[in-house]
Design a protein around this ligand. Structure first.
Ligand SMILES: Nc1nc2c(ncn2[C@@H]2O[C@H](COP(=O)(O)OP(=O)(O)OP(=O)(O)O)[C@@H](O)[C@H]2O)c(=O)[nH]1
Ligand SMILES: [Mg+2]
Length: 465
């Protein structure tokens, strides 16, 4: 995508039929070009941020549709250029005709993400904010929306600007030291340099550490439903999704493959993953299913371990050996002691046996997946484990893998600077690491970004964004 000063147009509402559809026109000739196909009050004479009722007419004077045109003068528009948004009735024919007419009049059809890219090029948004526009549009839960909105409004970018300023301070202190090194004066005490560098390091690593939760909230927190065959995993999946998504039967080994679906609980999107039951088997297909179970178990944020409460403590230890070795400290384990409608008496025994073998932070919830007992309690534990409740209003969360990588690299270079200061290495080597840290942070907001990276990012947008 090459930046030009031509005028672009595209339908910005979703493809298909709707009550209305909105075409966006942006560029230096946006207003005069739309005026050519507009019958009504002259848009060229209209004030900025005003809406006008009129008719779209083609070259032969034929009316295409009645429309509302909203005029935005540069630089106070989304793209920073002159913009007209034309709302027409949302028939496919009207939408197609309008765009064809605009193209015949002199507009070019916008490339994917070109409106947002122009907004970035004109300094209306930095790169992180532009990427957040896509996240706001894609967000499918309140928690994901809240994070994307905060990023779009610039909370993340402001945090990065603070870091940038601190790094510049560090760089200038180091340079002062260099300038006067001949005279053997140590201007900035190493102690002070160290304190600044450590503060930057701690902010960078804290931001990077929000990625695991941030990404999970954006895409749906992955919850692997695992356990022995016939424990009631598929019954629980269906219960959580409120639909008969997976086959349930009393035959051991009913589920052979992974079944995934998402649903919002509270404000958070969860991705539930039903898996093949864990047992000794010689069946080739079942073994392949179990391999997938293990891989889903390892990747999940939350392990929802379903246990048939009829089993003995001995059997429990056997199943635990198939589950617990695959879990890690980063995961939360929630044990659903299932079928309490028929085995209520065994629950206490199992609960105390479980307490001995479960890691810290794991929770046990006795439930009946079939009857729906204690599902509310289970959902509350899921919300707690998702981490979404811990997000304070205005707290910055990293949800984008590109940002996470840049932060990780920035963390590595500032950490080298800290080592350098501690070891008494000469200031110019340390300054090198500080500059590298600045570079990585600049990649996030787009102050330092190549044409290729920009093309990559904006091509993932749809046309019209
Ligand atoms: N009484 C009772 N029966 C249940 C409960 N949950 C599941 N079941 C029954 O247990 C049997 C197994 O349920 P599934 O959900 O298929 O079990 P699963 O863990 O998915 O089993 P696999 O797919 O074979 O690994 C079925 O007959 C269910 O109706 C429960 O809470 N109470
Ligand atoms: Mg199943």
């Amino acid at each position: 995508m090459i930046m030009t000063d031509d005028t672009i147009c595209a339908i910005s509402t979703p493809a298909g039929v709707g009550g209305i559809a909105v075409a966006r026109v942006s560029g230096k000739d946006a207003i005069s070009l739309v005026d050519k196909v507009w019958k009504g009050k002259s848009l060229s004479k209209a004030d900025t941020h005003t809406a006008h009722l009129g008719t779209i007419v083609d070259e032969n004077g034929e009316a295409i549709d009645q429309a509302v045109a909203t005029v935005f003068h540069n630089p106070r528009s989304f793209t920073g250029e002159d913009v007209v948004e034309i709302a027409v009735h949302g028939s496919r024919w009207v939408q197609r005709e309008l765009i064809n007419l605009l193209v015949r009049t002199g507009c070019r059809i916008a490339d994917a993400g070109e409106f947002t890219r122009r907004a970035f090029a004109n300094g209306r948004l930095d790169l992180a904010e532009a990427e957040a526009v896509a996240d706001v549009i894609a967000s499918s839960s309140r928690a994901a929306h809240r994070i994307a909105m905060s990023q779009m409004r610039g909370d993340f970018s402001r945090r990065l600007t603070d870091l940038h300023d601190r790094l510049l301070e560090l760089a200038s202190l180091l340079e002062l030291e260099l300038d006067f090194s001949e005279e053997d004066v140590e201007f900035a005490s190493r102690q002070k340099l160290l304190a600044i560098a450590q503060e930057i390091h701690s902010v960078v690593t804290r931001l990077a550490s929000t990625f695991a939760t941030g990404a999970a909230i954006k895409d749906g927190v992955p919850v692997a439903i695992v356990g022995e065959t016939n424990a009631g995993k598929s019954t629980l999946l269906n219960r959580l999704l409120h639909e008969e998504r997976a086959i349930v039967s009393d035959i051991h080994g009913t589920t052979r493959d992974v079944i995934e679906d998402t649903i919002e609980i509270g404000d958070t999107l969860f991705r539930f993953i039903d898996t093949a039951g864990l047992r000794e088997t010689t069946d080739v297909i079942e073994s392949l299913g179990i391999e997938r179970t293990i891989s889903k178990l390892t990747d999940a944020r939350i392990v929802l371990w379903v246990i048939d409460s009829a089993i003995s403590v001995e059997q429990l230890n056997t199943v635990a050996q198939r589950v617990l070795p695959h879990t890690s400290d980063d995961q939360t384990i929630i044990v659903a002691l299932n079928k309490i409608d028929i085995n209520a008496t065994n629950v206490d025994t199992l609960q105390s046996a479980l307490k001995d073998i479960l890691p810290q932070g794991a929770v046990i919830v006795p439930i009946s997946a079939q009857r729906g007992d204690e599902i509310d309690a289970l959902q509350q534990h899921l919300i707690n484990a998702s981490g979404s409740a811990d997000i304070a209003p205005g707290e910055v969360m990293v949800t984008n893998a590109r940002h996470y990588q840049a932060l990780t690299r920035a963390g590595e270079s500032i950490s080298r600077a800290i080592d350098g200061i501690n070891m008494g290495i000469s200031g110019d080597f340390i300054a090198q690491d500080v500059r590298e840290t600045l570079h990585h942070l600049g990649e996030i907001t787009g102050t330092i970004t190549t044409h290729d990276i920009l093309g990559e990012i904006f091509s993932r947008f749809c046309i019209g964004k």
